[in-house]
Write a protein that binds this ligand. Structure first.
Ligand code: 5RP
Length: 224
């Protein structure tokens, strides 16, 4: 059985080493028999082999086809969220983390599934390199919007543009809100209340249990 705290390969840049460290610290939080939500992105790409190396008996849910494919290749059992219902733990990356624990997610356009999986988990653990910690959130805030009426939806939002990206697994469009993010709670309510917006990439602190931010001095573990 491999160690979840394996050292990062020397060839990795500082940021990649930090992603590796945060991911390996999170893998160590997973217990045998757990139902685990797997996020999406380059930080989660270090989590998947770290989890697989632990040799635990896990039942996993993936937040994107890419994560599902990699997890299966590594021998992790992936099931539908509807089959598992509640999850014991979900682990995911973030694009920005502010001092209050607000996140911006969805750089990979997977934020709708990621938020559903985070909300289904008893414990939602965020993993990131130090560059993701910011003094205050800034645009863009990713959006998933319905194809139907996409342009009126964007017009209602004001400062928002369609992203040149593949559609979500549900066939919806990915867009970015470019206006100010000074008040994330008010903005989250406004985005959620806009017809045609399926979900947005603002994650509130109450959704989050742990934040593991890796920096030059090691992994800082914040609990919320
Ligand atoms: C995907 C996400 C990712 O978690 C976020 O973009 C961070 O990605 P990375 O770990 O590659 O920096 O929200 O929708």
């Amino acid at each position: 059985m491999g160690s979840p705290r394996a050292p990062a390969p020397a060839s990795l840049s500082d940021a990649e080493s930090q992603k590796h460290a945060a991911a390996h610290a999170a893998a160590a939080l997973v217990s045998d028999g757990a139902r685990v939500g797997l996020g999406t992105g380059s930080t989660v790409a270090y989590l998947l082999p770290a989890l697989a190396a632990r040799g635990l008996s896990l039942r996993c849910v993936a937040t994107s086809p890419a994560t599902e494919c990699t997890a299966r290749e590594l021998g992790l059992a992936v099931e539908e969220l509807d089959e598992l219902g509640r999850l014991d733990i979900a682990i995911d990356g973030a694009d920005q983390i502010d001092p209050q624990g607000w996140l911006v997610k969805g750089g990979g356009g997977a934020h709708t599934r990621e938020k559903i999986v985070a909300a289904a988990a008893e414990r939602f653990v965020v993993i990131a390199s130090a560059e993701k910690a910011v003094p205050s959130l800034r645009p863009p805030v990713p959006l998933e919007i319905l194809r139907f009426g996409a342009h009126p939806t964007l017009a209602l939002l004001g400062e928002a543009v369609l992203r040149d990206a593949p559609p979500s697994p549900e066939g919806n469009l990915i867009a970015d809100y470019l206006g100010p993010v000074d008040d994330p709670r008010a903005l989250a309510a406004r985005l959620s209340g806009t017809p045609g917006v399926v979900d947005h990439g603002l994650f509130a602190p109450e959704l989050i249990s742990d934040i593991l931010i890796a920096g030059a001095g090691g992994v800082e573990h914040r609990t919320l």
